[in-house]
Design a protein around this ligand. Sequence first.
Ligand code: NAD
Length: 510
Amino acid sequence: MRTIEHFIVNNPGGAAARTGDVFDPNTGRVQARVLLGTQADLDRAVAAAQAAQPAWAATNPQRRARVMFRFKELVESNMEALAHTLSSEHGKVIADAKGDIQRGLEVIEFACGIPHALKGEYTQGAGPGIDVYSMRQPLGIGAGITPFNFPAMIPMWMFGVAIACGNAFILKPSERDPSVPVRLAELMLEAGAPDGILQVVHGDKEMVDAILDHPAISAVSFVGSSDIAHYVYRRGVDAGKRVQAMGGAKNHGIVMPDADLDQVVADLSGAAFGSAGERCMALPVVVPVGEKTADALREKLLPAIQSLRVGISTDNDSHYGPVVNAAHKQRVENWIQTGIDEGAELVVDGRGFQLQGHEQGFFIGPSLFDRVTPNMQSYKEEIFGPVLQIVRAPDFETAVRLPSEHQYGNGVAIFTRNGHAAREFAARVNVGMVGINVPIPVPVAYHSFGGWKRSAFGDINQHGMEGIRFWTKTKTVTQRWPDGSVDLPRGSEDGGPSRIQDAFVIPTMG
Ligand code: NAD
């Protein structure tokens, strides 16, 4: 049985007291064991990061950018192998696994522009002979704690920007699919990042707590479920760290009566069921406005859902593969039962799905609920599986209110041909990322990603200029230089404030 080890400088490996099972979700079999690390493992990683970071921060940003360029090339040339590894541990189909890697690479491309992004601000003549400038300096050591559902993209969101800014980075990936993160760290080293600048420690709560409490780690970026995000946020902030903690989601797609329903159905099929619904930007709730729209949408959705092909993740004809493990499969099926018990109408039941030859795989067929209402628990909570819920809204106002009042506020989409309705919706909805006729509005890498309400704790988003702000601190210098003429007085006695009283008041520039 393969053991997945930490990626720590001078890692002696060795036997860990605890390991976690890494499954092949297609077969249900354990394919590897991952070490579940301890404080001692983290201490070794931190020591290596501390040794490496000052020289990395002092490396000019253009040289750091060149490492990013090489890393991008290396990931691209290893795309096939990375996608297969990713797919074999996660269960998403190969095309989707490539998308996971590609969306992460786009953040690396953004990080290639780091010399420009790190330029500070400058004011000449803020007062008589006074100039003010600001610079962005790295924090030191940053850590990332990432979920299973994007094992390439989300680590790259974080370490791409953090490392380009001059930090050392310690990644604690999900213990369910840890191989790709390790491979990315190897490639970063091959690209020219010094030893210790990107390391990977594996583990579960014990390792997460060690990261949150470690005094040498200045910032923690977390992505995962909301209760844990909240916990990570509180504990990290308590320890004096900068923390951003992205949580769960329940994204709504509003369908106005004038929407192009064929397009909506095509978009929904991918957005609700793609990657078996295991995306924080999936669209698991659809809100048709008006009964006529709802009936027409349901009629078109049915055959589309019935034609979805669930299969193993390496089958190019599969629309989606298995969910990540047996516990998650059970959880999703329990939510389907809850929906029935609460009185929602189960139109398509994906439970009990069996793939011939892969009976032990973690497959779930697509499910569709109609007449879901906002008081139902199955509506309020994230299901994170291939389950689409129709919540019928009588009018536009209700359609704006539903996502706005939901506990999660990650993404939302509206489908309409009416520009005014779309504009009103985008302005008023209480959600962090909005799509207009775009079902999964994940912002491009040079904008930033972040939800609202229980979808994100902390106030700085991932990547884009927000990412630069998160992984750096601002230093502002106010400078006044004595006149440099040779016969002018020098030294502290004569070069100080012109009037003694000036030294005792807060200076004003005007
Ligand atoms: P998870 O919360 O179970 O795990 C996330 C990370 O937290 C993992 O590294 C895990 O090891 C660690 N962890 C697990 N239990 C812990 C505990 N008790 N204490 C401390 N750390 C713990 O999430 P997941 O199941 O891996 O990922 C799916 C979730 O992530 C979904 O809720 C999804 O919506 C969310 N997600 C959110 C975003 C976003 O940007 N908002 C993106 C992707 C996924």
